[in-house]
Write a protein that binds this ligand. Structure first.
Ligand code: WQD
Length: 326
C-alpha cells in the first residue's frame, strides 16, 4: 500500500507520516516548504528509522504530480497541503483561493488520470461557522466566516460533486478541531514562522521567554470563566485518526465519509494557561485584551461518529498536550 502525502513536512502531515512509517506503509511525500522546514525529513527518518520517497514541489504544479504518479504506484492520497492562517486569509483572499483550491483541483485531476480514487482530505471545524448548539455533529449546518474556512468548505463541495459524478471515488473528509502538542521525541512539532496566531504555540513562546506576554482575546464571552472555549486535540491522536480513515478506505471501495476529529471536551483559554503551568512548571504571563474579530465563544465536537465507524478516539490528556508542546 503506497500512500502519497501532500504537505508531508507540515505540522499534521509530518506526524501522520511518522504513524504511517511506524505501521510499515510505503510513503511518498511532497512539500514546497512554504510553511515547513526541510530538516523535518531527516527528523522523521530519525524518529522512525525508516526511509520514504520525497519530492520538493508545489501541489498546484501538475508536472510534478504527473512525475510522482509516473514513478510511483500511488494507492491512496492524503491531502494536507494548504495555507491555514485565518487572519492572513482575510488579508490575502486571492492567495488562499488560488493556492488551496488550485492545488486540490490539480491533484484530483492527476489522480483521476492515473485511476487513483482513494482520497483523504484535511478539512476543519471552521466549516461549521458559529454552531447553533453544542456539541457539534457532522450533520450540522455549514457556514464560514473567513476565506480560509471558505476554501475548506468549497473543497468539501467539490469532493461531494466529484463523488456524485463518479462513484469510483472513495473519499474521507476529516474535520479537525484544535490540533496542539507534538511527537514525544520533540523532533517534530508546530513551528509556525513568525508570531504564532494560535494559542498553544504562543503560550510556549511566552513560557520560553521569547515573547513577553500572552494577550487573552476577551474574557466577556458567555463561558464558565469568560474566555473562549475550544476542543484541543493532541496532534498524535489526530495523526492516528488518519490511519483509521485509511483503513476505512482499504475496506470500502466507494463512498464519501465525513468525520469530526476532536476529543468532545472543551477547555477555556484560562484552563489551557493553568494546565500548561501545572504540567511544565513554567509561568505564563498574560493580560486580558479586546476580543479578536471573527472569534466565536465556544466550539467543541461530538466525536461519536468517528468512534463508531472508524473505531478511533482521542486518548491523550491535556497534560500530554501541554508537556509535549513544551
Ligand atoms: C484558540 C482560543 C482565541 C491566541 C483556528 C482556526 C482553525 C484551526 C485552528 C486551521 C480562542 C484564544 C488565541 C492568542 C488568545 N486552524 N487566543 N490569544 O481560532 O479556535 O482556530 O486555529 O485549521 O481553523 O480557526 O484557534 O488557537 O487561534 O484560538 O486568547 O494569542 O485562544 O481567542 O478562544 P481557533 P486559536
Amino acid at each position: 500500500m503506497k500512500v502519497l502525502l501532500t504537505g508531508s513536512c507540515g505540522y499534521i502531515g509530518s506526524h501522520t507520516l511518522v504513524e504511517l512509517l511506524d505501521r510499515g506503509y510505503e510513503v511518498v511525500g511532497i512539500d514546497n516548504f512554504s510553511n515547513s522546514k526541510r530538516e523535518v525529513i531527516d527528523n522523521i527518518k530519525k524518529i522512525t528509522g525508516k526511509d520514504f520517497v520525497f519530492y520538493e514541489g508545489d501541489v498546484c504544479d501538475k508536472t510534478i504530480l504527473e512525475k510522482i504518479f509516473n514513478e510511483n504506484k500511488i494507492d491512496i492520497v492524503i491531502h494536507f497541503a494548504g495555507y491555514k492562517a485565518v487572519g492572513e486569509s482575510t488579508l490575502k483572499p486571492l492567495m488562499y483561493y488560488r493556492n488551496n483550491i488550485d492545488s486540490t483541483l490539480s491533484l484530483l485531476e492527476v489522480m483521476d488520470e492515473y485511476n487513483c480514487h482513494n482520497f483523504i482530505f484535511s478539512s476543519s471545524a471552521t466549516v461549521y461557522g458559529k454552531p447553533h448548539t453544542l456539541p457539534i455533529k457532522e450533520n450540522f449546518p455549514l457556514s464560514t466566516t473567513n476565506p480560509y474556512g471558505t476554501t475548506k468548505l468549497t473543497i468539501e463541495y467539490i469532493l461531494k460533486d466529484l463523488y456524485k459524478s463518479n462513484n469510483d471515488w472513495n473519499i474521507v473528509i476529516l474535520r479537525y478541531f484544535n490540533p496542539v502538542g507534538a511527537h514525544e521525541s520533540g523532533l517534530i512539532g508546530e513551528e509556525p514562522q513568525g508570531i504564532p496566531n494560535n494559542l498553544m504555540p504562543y503560550i510556549v513562546r511566552v513560557a520560553s521567554g521569547e515573547l513577553e506576554q500572552l494577550s487573552i482575546f476577551g474574557n466577556d464571552y458567555n463561558t464558565p470563566d469568560g474566555t473562549g472555549v475550544r476542543d484541543y486535540i493532541h496532534v498524535v491522536d489526530l495523526a492516528k485518526g488518519h490511519i483509521k480513515a485509511l483503513e476505512k478506505l482499504e475496506k470500502e471501495n466507494s463512498g464519501i465519509y465525513i468525520y469530526n476529529l476532536g476529543t468532545g471536551v472543551g477547555y477555556s483559554v484560562l484552563d489551557m494557561v493553568k494546565a500548561f503551568e501545572e504540567s511544565t512548571g513554567k509561568k505564563v504571563n498574560y493580560k486580558i485584551v479586546e476580543r479578536r474579530a471573527g472569534d466565536i465563544a465556544t466550539c467543541y465536537s461530538d466525536p461519536q461518529k468517528a468512534k463508531n465507524e472508524l473505531h478511533w478516539e482521542a486518548t491523550k490528556t491535556l497534560n500530554d498536550m501541554c508537556k509535549d508542546s513544551w
